[in-house]
Design a protein around this ligand. Structure first.
Ligand code: GLC
Length: 539
C-alpha cells in the first residue's frame, strides 16, 4: 500500500485545518491571537492528526476587514509577530511533518497600501492605473450600479482627483487592476516572496473576482432578490454578471499556477463560489489552473438533509474531469458554525464523519473539532464590517470567537484579566479542548479517531466513492474502496433510529460509530443506526 500512498500528493491525501489567527491563541495579552500562539499549539494540531494548516491573513493591515485589507503583502502585522516568528512557525510546522498554507488576497489591497496611497494622489501618478478609477456618471453618481458585498455602492468618490474607485467589499479595500501587467508582476512577486519563505501553498481570496468587465457595464436586476433586504444591500438586488467569474480569469489562473509550479509540490487553493459548470473550469482544461477550487456546496442553504448532501456530492463527482481532485468545506470564518447551522451537537458528529470520509481533501475550521457554536455578539461588540453595515444578523463575528482551550479564564485563549477582541462563548467551561481530551466519547475524541482512520486507510484518503440507494431518504450510505480495503459509511441524518437491509453485503465490522460506544462484527441483513448516528463499517 506504500506505493498507493505515493500516488497522492500531500494536499490530496491530507486534511487541512483553518486557523483564524486573531482567535486561536493570544500569547502577548492584547486580546488578539498571534503567530507565537500558533507555534505553541502545533503539538495539539499534530496530535489531532491534521496534515496542513491554513492561516487567514496575518499581513500588516488597518483591520477594516480583519486582515483581508492588506497594507503590505510581504510582511507580518506587529500585532501577530514578525517575519522571524513567521519563519519559526514554518520551520516548526515542517518539523512536525505538517504543511503550511497562507491566505493571499489578490483582488484588493488596503487603502493604506503604499500602492493605493500613490494611486489616489493624482491622475497621472504612475500607479494610477494599478486600481480601478472612473469618472462619475453623468448625474455625478457612481460610474455603474454595482453594489458592495458589505452594503452600499461598490464605488467611493475621491475628492483629490474627482474620480471614483472600485471596491466590492469595504471602501478601505480598493480593487487592484489585474488588466495592468505591472500589477500582475508585482502580485506574482508577492507569491514568490512567500514561496521563498517555504510556504506550501496559498488559499486565494475571492479569486473569481480578479477581472471585471472591460466596460464596467451595469449588472442586471436580480429577479429572485429576497424581500426585506436592508436598504443598503445593493449587491443582492443585482445579478453578478459583469463583476465576477469572467472567462478571461482563466488566463490569470494559469499564470498564477506557473508561478507556483516553479517550486516543488506547492498547492493553489481558490475561494470560488458560483454554479458547478463555471466552478469546475477553475481546475483548468489541462489541470493547469487551481489544484483545488474550494468546494462550499455542502454548506449551501442551511438544511440538514441526507438527499441534498448526496446530490451535492454526486453532482460534483460527476462534473469533475479525470485529473481533478475533489475537496469539501463545511465551515469557515465567513459562515455559521456547523452546530448552529445544522441544528445541534448531534448533527456535528455526523457532519464530521461525512467530511472526513468523502473522497477529496477536507478542510476543518478551527473549533469545529470541539463542536463550537455561534456566539451571540452584543450589538455594541460587533466588529465585522458586514455586521456593522448590513445588520447584526449578518455579522460573521459569531463564528470567529476565541478558541476554547480550557476551563480557565478566557478559555485559555488570552491571559486572565484581558478582554479578548470578541467575547468567549458562554459554554466554554463545558466545551473546551482540555475537557474533551479527557473524555473518551467527546466530539474531539471522535475527530481524533476519524483523522487517524482516514490517514491510515487508503480506501478513505484515496479510494473510489460509490453511493448506495436505500429505502430511507434521511440515510446517506456510500462505499469507499481501494484494492482489498472496503469501507461502508452509513449516516443517519434523522432523529429517529433507522434499520435497513444491505443485501449486497453479508457481514461488516463497525470500526467507528459517531457515538463512540460500539465496534465489532455485525450482520448486514439488518443494519441498525441509532438516531443521529453515523458508522464506518469495514467490509
Ligand atoms: C473572502 C474572505 C472574507 C473577506 C472577503 C474580502 O470572502 O473569506 O472573510 O471579507 O473575501 O476579502
Amino acid at each position: 500500500m506504500a506505493q498507493f500512498k505515493n500516488e497522492f500528493l500531500w494536499w490530496q491525501r491530507g486534511v487541512v485545518y483553518q486557523i483564524y489567527p486573531r482567535s486561536f491563541k493570544d500569547t502577548t495579552g492584547n486580546g488578539i491571537g498571534d503567530l507565537q500562539g500558533i507555534i505553541e499549539k502545533l503539538d495539539y494540531l499534530q496530535n489531532l492528526g491534521v496534515d496542513a494548516i491554513w492561516l487567514s491573513p496575518f499581513y500588516p493591515s488597518p483591520m477594516a476587514d480583519f486582515g483581508y485589507d492588506v497594507a503590505d503583502y510581504c510582511d507580518v502585522d506587529p500585532m501577530f509577530g514578525d517575519l522571524a516568528t513567521f519563519d519559526r512557525l514554518v520551520a516548526e510546522t515542517h518539523a512536525r511533518n505538517l504543511k503550511i498554507i497562507i491566505d493571499w488576497v489578490p483582488n484588493h489591497s488596503s487603502d493604506q497600501h503604499p500602492w493605493f496611497i500613490e494611486s489616489r494622489s493624482s491622475r497621472d501618478n504612475p500607479k494610477r492605473d494599478w486600481y480601478i478609477w472612473r469618472d462619475p456618471a453623468l448625474n455625478g453618481g457612481p460610474p455603474n450600479n454595482w453594489g458592495s458585498f458589505f452594503g452600499g455602492p461598490a464605488w467611493t468618490y475621491s475628492e483629490v482627483t474627482g474620480q471614483y474607485y472600485l471596491h466590492q467589499f469595504c471602501k478601505e479595500q480598493p480593487e487592484l487592476n489585474w488588466r495592468n501587467p505591472e500589477v500582475r508582476d508585482a502580485m506574482y512577486d508577492t507569491l514568490r516572496f512567500w514561496l521563498e519563505h517555504s510556504v506550501d501553498g496559498f488559499r486565494m481570496d475571492v479569486i473569481g473576482l480578479l477581472l471585471k468587465d472591460k466596460d464596467l457595464r451595469d449588472n442586471p436586476p436580480n429577479p429572485n432578490a429576497p424581500p426585506n433586504l436592508p436598504a443598503n444591500d445593493l449587491f443582492s438586488r443585482l445579478l453578478q454578471v459583469h463583476n465576477m467569474y469572467l472567462d478571461e480569469n482563466h488566463v490569470l489562473m494559469r499564470e498564477i499556477r506557473q508561478v507556483l509550479d516553479a517550486y516543488r509540490d506547492r498547492c493553489a487553493i481558490g475561494e470560488l463560489w458560483g454554479p458547478l459548470p463555471m466552478w469546475v473550469k477553475y481546475y483548468g482544461e489541462q489541470g493547469d489552473e487551481l489544484h483545488l477550487p474550494f468546494n462550499f456546496r455542502l454548506m449551501d442553504g442551511m438544511i440538514w438533509d441526507a438527499q441534498r448532501m448526496r446530490a451535492s456530492v454526486d453532482a460534483m463527482e460527476a462534473a469533475l474531469p479525470e485529473f481533478a481532485w475533489p475537496n469539501y468545506v463545511l465551515g469557515n470564518h465567513d459562515r455559521m458554525r456547523l452546530a448552529t447551522r445544522f441544528g445541534g451537537q448531534a448533527q456535528t458528529r455526523v457532519a464530521a464523519m461525512l467530511l472526513l470520509t468523502l473522497r477529496g481533501t477536507p478542510t476543518i475550521y478551527y473549533g469545529e473539532e470541539i463542536g463550537m457554536e455561534d456566539v451571540k455578539i452584543p450589538p455594541d461588540k460587533i466588529q465585522d464590517p458586514q455586521g456593522i453595515n448590513l445588520g447584526p444578523e449578518r455579522t460573521r463575528d459569531v463564528c470567529r470567537t476565541p478558541m476554547q482551550w480550557d476551563a480557565g479564564p478566557n478559555a485559555g485563549f488570552s491571559p486572565a484579566g484581558v478582554e479578548p477582541w470578541l467575547p468567549v462563548a458562554n459554554d466554554y467551561q463545558g466545551r473546551n479542548v482540555a475537557e474533551q481530551a479527557e473524555n473518551t466519547t467527546s466530539i474531539l475524541t471522535l475527530y481524533h479517531h476519524l483523522l487517524r482512520l482516514r490517514c491510515a486507510s487508503p480506501a478513505l484518503y484515496g479510494g473510489s466513492y460509490r453511493p448506495l440507494d436505500v429505502e430511507y431518504d434521511d440515510v446517506y450510505i456510500y462505499l469507499r474502496e481501494a484494492g482489498v480495503q472496503r469501507y461502508l459509511i452509513a449516516l443517519n441524518f434523522s432523529a429517529e433510529p433507522r434499520s435497513l437491509a444491505l443485501p449486497e453485503f453479508n457481514r461488516g465490522e463497525i470500526v467507528l460509530s459517531t457515538h463512540l460506544d460500539r465496534t465489532g462484527d455485525v450482520a448486514l441483513n439488518v443494519c441498525s443506526l441509532r438516531a443521529n448516528e453515523g458508522i464506518i463499517l469495514a467490509l
